[in-house]
Structures are given as structure tokens and as C-alpha cells.
Design a protein around this ligand. Structure first.
Ligand code: ATP
Ligand code: MG
Length: 412
């Protein structure tokens, strides 16, 4: 394994001062899988104050949980003292922790065998729980007794599904049974934590693993009506096969698109579900529109296309069409050609609209609110209403987007 120079430096500094130190968790897992870790966590026998005394630039990230961030060359490395966890209550950290001198104790508190390995150049890989073998077999397995581990922290159940999607692994049968049994415990977990894991799952290379949320009985404890996203009435599924709950391969990576595609079976509840999960407003807004678009046929004429673009913009609509195409190919296979042809036609129209520079938003309208006020429209809601009426006209007939024509329409 090749540790980055700064990680080696942190480990060596700790070791030469009489402490133990290892790279640990996700970075070890990813290295063994041949992936580039996105961050490096270090675990050490040194106490936080000792860590701080050994490095020039540190800050207290979660000092009460034993975590100090060491800054080297502009990069932060989380260095955490070996610990045993108490009950998990908030987002990332257990409510109370006890430091320990034993690496094995620290590894034992971690969620899955593949996340419970440590490494340094002196000792090589420390793998007390069979993480290496599970990586080879592509298995997500709880460290220790799964029921006990999911009782301590119910979010781990969702993390199991998330890692299965990110790595395309299966979940060990005992671990999976424990999830099905303890699924109701998820209702004690904060919505933010749930949302973070679901978003990582949907953003992964295997978003179809979202089906496990339903299969494992976790769905009813995610948010009100969430389980209905998996359970689309067949009369809806029949005319429009994209409505069936199915996450296709190759979807564009945008968060709103992944969520909107997933929630396409419950367009009326999409916004509420995402709000309950504390999703950011921009994502909610766009995901709702995407979910609703799946219910409609593709637009038939330029006006309909401009109208959609005025609501959602070029980027999101392009991503939506890519998603529809992925679904078509997945659902219809060889027979998708005809439908894909329709999508291509819409894309060509979009290109033409873009090249013509057609007005698709109030920003591009040839008159502004001030113009209308000066022409005698009373300040207040009437101005906005008129602007929207004018935009609607211009979406139908782009050549109307001149000051002269629009003022003629608007004049009271
Ligand atoms: P990634 O950062 O790529 O999402 P990761 O494995 O680094 O994956 P993190 O959530 O960053 O995941 O957690 C770092 C490590 O901390 C994990 O590898 C695991 O060992 C441990 N860990 C994190 N959350 C929990 C938890 N809820 N219960 C037990 N151990 C956990
Ligand atoms: Mg991590």
C-alpha cells in the first residue's frame, strides 16, 4: 500500500514519539480495492493533547470525540485517538466516548469488517475481523453481532445498503436478517443522517441498490409515503413504463436528477419527502420537477419544449432526457430505438432553440417590470402577472420578444 507522504509523516511522527498510529477505515478499504481514497483518517494511541503538541498546525474538529485535524501542505488529516463508543445520538459522533490503549478495541467499534482494517508501513495491514476476505468475496458484514451493532446505531443498517451500492457488494445474510428485524429502529435516527446515506446510495454507480431499502423493510421508517415510491400502481406503470420503480444504469450524476428519477412514482409527494429528509431547497425544487416530468409524454412542439425549459433550464432538462434514454434502454432493450429516436428529436429542437437565442425566461424578456409601471400598470402583483403573460406569449411566438410588440400587448 502506498501512503501519501504527509500521511506517512504523521504516522512516523507519532510513532517516533512513542505512540502507535495507523491509517484506518475507508482509506484502507479503498486502497486495497485499488481506488484512490478521498480522504485519509488516522487512528492513534496518542491522546488529543499529545497529538496537538506534536504538530505545528492543528485544529479541534471533534476533540471531545478524540479527533484532531492535522494540517499539512493545506490538506487536513483527521487524527483520532483509539476509542470505544457510547451510544450514537447525533450526526457523526457517539454521545460519549472512552479512550482506549488498544487498537483492537478501536477497530471493534467500527461498523463493517471492510471498514475495520488499519495499516502502517511497519506492521502492514491489521485485519482482526476478516475484512480482507470480505473485500475479496464482496461482502458487507457487520463487525461482531449484527443485531447488537444495529441496536447501538440504527443508521448502520442504511450504511450497509449504501456501501453495497457504492462497491456493488452483497450484504451477508446474518447482517441482512438483522436489518430486516431491526428496521423499525431507524425511526430513532435523525433525518439528516438518513438523507446523507440515501443520497450517497443514489449517487453511487449502482443506484438500483435503492431497491434494498424496500426489500429490507427500512422504507416505512425513512419518511412518510417513502415506501410508496417503490409501489407504483400498475395502471400507472402500464402506459408509461418509465414510471415503474427502477433505477437505470448510466444516469447523469446530479443529485436532483438521481432523487427526481427515484421519486418519479410519487411526484405529488416528492417535495414533502425531500423536505422531511432536510434536503436543500434547490435540490427539492428541481427533483420535484424531474419527478413530475416523468409522468408526462415527451413534448410535441417547440412551444412545449420552450415552456419546459422556462421552468427547469437547459442543463436540468438535458439531464432529464439522458435519464429517460437510460430508462428506455433498460426497459425496452433492443426495442428502445423508436423511443430513443423521439428523445433525439427533442434534443435537436432544444439545440435549435438555443442557437436561435429564443427567450425562455423573464430575464431575457424584452420588457422589464419598470417598463410596465411606466406604461401605467399599477405597482404590485399586476406587474408580475403581466410579465408572465408576456413570457407565455413569447414562448409561443419567439419573434414577439421586442419592446414594441410586448408593450402593445401589455398597454392597459
Ligand atoms: P466514505 O468516506 O468513502 O463515505 P468511510 O468508510 O470513510 O467512507 P465514513 O463515514 O467517513 O466512511 O467513516 C469513517 C470510518 O468510521 C468508517 O470506515 C468506519 O470505520 C467508521 N464509522 C463511521 N460511521 C460509523 C458508524 N455509524 N458506526 C461504526 N463505525 C462507523
Ligand atoms: Mg470517510
Amino acid at each position: 500500500m502506498n501512503l501519501p507522504a504527509d500521511v506517512s509523516k504523521i504516522i512516523n511522527t507519532l510513532e517516533s514519539n512513542g505512540h502507535e498510529a495507523y491509517a484506518v477505515g475507508g482509506c484502507v478499504r479503498d486502497c486495497i480495492l485499488g481506488k484512490i481514497p478521498h480522504d485519509w483518517d488516522i487512528t492513534t494511541s496518542a491522546l488529543p493533547e499529545q497529538v496537538k503538541s506534536l504538530f505545528d498546525r492543528t485544529f479541534d474538529t471533534g476533540i471531545e470525540h478524540g479527533t484532531v485535524t492535522v494540517l499539512l501542505h493545506g490538506e487536513g488529516y483527521e487524527v483520532t485517538t483509539y476509542r470505544v463508543d457510547g451510544k450514537y445520538e447525533d450526526g457523526r459522533h457517539p454521545k460519549e466516548v472512552t479512550f482506549t490503549a488498544s487498537l483492537e478495541e478501536d477497530l471493534k467499534r467500527r461498523d463493517f469488517t471492510i471498514n475495520a482494517m488499519a495499516y502502517n508501513d511497519r506492521t502492514g495491514v491489521i485485519d482482526d475481523f476478516g475484512g480482507m476476505e470480505d473485500l475479496e468475496q464482496k461482502i458487507i458484514r457487520a463487525v461482531g453481532d449484527p443485531e447488537q451493532r444495529f441496536t447501538e446505531d440504527a443508521l448502520r443498517m442504511l450504511r450497509a445498503l449504501r456501501f453495497s451500492a457504492q462497491l456493488n457488494f452483497t450484504i451477508d445474510p446474518d447482517t441482512y436478517q438483522a436489518i430486516r428485524k431491526l428496521a423499525p429502529n431507524l425511526s430513532h435516527v435523525s433525518k439528516e443522517r438518513i438523507q446523507t446515506e440515501l443520497t450517497k446510495l443514489l449517487m453511487s454507480d449502482h443506484p438500483d441498490h435503492i431497491a434494498l431499502v424496500s426489500a429490507s423493510d427500512l422504507a416505512p421508517y425513512i419518511a412518510a409515503h417513502f415506501d410508496e415510491a417503490f409501489d407504483v400502481p400498475s395502471e400507472l406503470a402500464a402506459p408509461s413504463p418509465y414510471i415503474r420503480q427502477w433505477m437505470p444504469d448510466g444516469l447523469p450524476g446530479e443529485k436532483y436528477l438521481r432523487w427526481g428519477t427515484f421519486l418519479r412514482g410519487v411526484p405529488a409527494d416528492a417535495g414533502r419527502i425531500l423536505r422531511e429528509l432536510r434536503m436543500d431547497n434547490d435540490t427539492i425544487k428541481k427533483a420535484k420537477i424531474i419527478a413530475a416530468l416523468f409522468q408526462e409524454d415527451l413534448p410535441e412542439n417547440m412551444y412545449e419544449i420552450r415552456k419546459i425549459l422556462s421552468v427547469i433550464g437547459y442543463e436540468a432538462y438535458g439531464a432529464f432526457l439522458d435519464a429517460v434514454e437510460c430508462l428506455c434502454r433498460d426497459v425496452f432493450g433492443e426495442e428502445s430505438a423508436f423511443r430513443v429516436e423521439k428523445i433525439h428529436t427533442v434534443r435537436k429542437h432544444i439545440q435549435a432553440i438555443r442557437e436561435a437565442g429564443d427567450c425562455i425566461s423573464l430575464k431575457e424578456l424584452a420588457v422589464k417590470g419598470q417598463d410596465l409601471i411606466e406604461a401605467g400598470i399599477p405597482k404590485g402583483p399586476a406587474v408580475g402577472e403581466m410579465l408572465h403573460r408576456l413570457l407565455e406569449d413569447v414562448l409561443r411566438v419567439p419573434s414577439h420578444n421586442t419592446r414594441e410588440i410586448l408593450m402593445a400587448i401589455a398597454r392597459p
